[in-house]
Design a protein around this ligand. Structure first.
Ligand code: GDP
Length: 319
């Protein structure tokens, strides 16, 4: 525990090393991480939280890089939590991306952090929420969370961000179907990236059609066409994000939005933790034994579930 006060002080002073250290500590989901979060929480809540989501390959990272440049030109500082395991923030990117990112890495006003997929251990959603809190407390004006889209990870960006941007590219008909079917939460801003590709106009028209099926009161998500590779449309995107923010503030719904996100976050993180407890408690042998009993008719399925719940409820170490 010895480092916690020093790390907290460093984060509050905006020291990059301390910020990196704090995120590593919260990532390990241990007591130190808890202590960091507890100490930093009263200092968080000032950042604008922006979510960027979309399927792999649509250009999120390229777009994030371009957006960072625009925000920096406005004089704002940015913290980024990238949850996409395939992001060029971590993998060997094509040269152009690497040059752009190097530019940001050298910039003291930008902090980029990738969250490792935690695999079987779970806890990615919790670690991501904590990392956002650390960057917020460190004083970054904007905290951007980049995730692969809609149901593809355990991290629901809508719980963390006040403005959610969904990035699509021409030909991504699945996303439109998902929106129409109500399977996908409708974002605050829609981006058709790779607008240089054929089908961008059609995509836009289809999106308009899908949005036309909803009766909007208040904010209607705008559709912005971008070419992230050459920065075209990024100014429009930044403006759309700023308009959404202004809408939240002017209509007094920012607090409600935060409350709603937090309520969903608390519930889903609790479910996550409980799920991990069930997994820990079960072990393969226990389930197999129950399956045998159910199949042989000695036990009914509902009673088998009772046994699972009872076992998960038992405090660790009590057998
Ligand atoms: P991510 O997986 O969503 O983060 O996507 P990336 O940012 O890694 O981009 C995937 C590929 O699409 C890369 O090769 C980019 O250079 C390319 N790309 C990104 N934006 C555009 C664009 O506006 N037009 C075209 N043609 N390619 C783009």
């Amino acid at each position: 525990m010895m480092d916690v006060p020093a790390v907290v002080a460093g984060v509050l002073a905006g020291e990059r090393r301390a910020v990196g250290r704090a995120i590593s500590m919260v990532e390990s989901l241990g007591d130190e991480g808890r202590a960091i979060v507890r100490a930093l929480h009263p200092h968080a809540g000032r950042a604008e939280r922006l979510g960027l989501t979309g399927a792999p390959g649509v250009g999120k990272s390229t777009l994030a890089s371009a957006l960072i440049r625009t925000l920096r030109e406005e004089g704002r500082t940015i913290g980024v939590v990238s949850v996409d395991p395939t992001s060029p923030f971590t993998r060997g990117a094509v040269l152009g991306d690497r040059i752009r990112l190097t530019e940001h890495f050298l910039d003291r006003g930008v902090f980029i952090r990738s969250m490792a997929t935690r695999g079987h251990a779970g806890g990615l959603a919790e670690a991501t929420a904590d990392a956002v809190l650390v960057l917020d407390a460190a004083g970054y004006d904007v905290v951007m969370v980049e995730t692969v889209g809609a149901g593809q990870t355990e991290v629901e960006v809508g719980q963390l961000a006040e403005t959610v941007v969904l990035v699509l590219m021409p030909g991504a008909g699945d996303a439109i179907q998902a929106i129409k079917a109500g399977l996908m939460e409708i974002p605050d801003v829609l981006v058709v990236n790779k607008a240089d590709r054929p089908g961008a106009d059609l995509m836009r028209a289809e999106l308009e059609g899908a949005l036309g099926l909803v009766s909007w009161e208040g904010w209607r998500p705008p559709i912005v066409a971008t070419r992230a590779v050459d920065g075209e449309g990024i100014g429009d995107l930044a403006a759309a994000i700023a308009r959404h923010r202004a809408h939240l503030v002017e209509n007094g719904v920012l607090d409600a939005r935060r409350r709603d996100g937090l309520a969903r976050q608390l519930r889903s993180l609790a479910l996550d933790r409980f799920g991990r407890r069930v997994d820990d408690a079960l072990g393969a042998g226990f389930v197999e034994g129950l399956v045998d009993e159910v199949l042989s008719g000695r036990l009914d399925p509902a009673s088998a579930v009772d046994e699972v719940v009872e076992r998960a409820d038992r405090p660790a170490g009590s057998g």
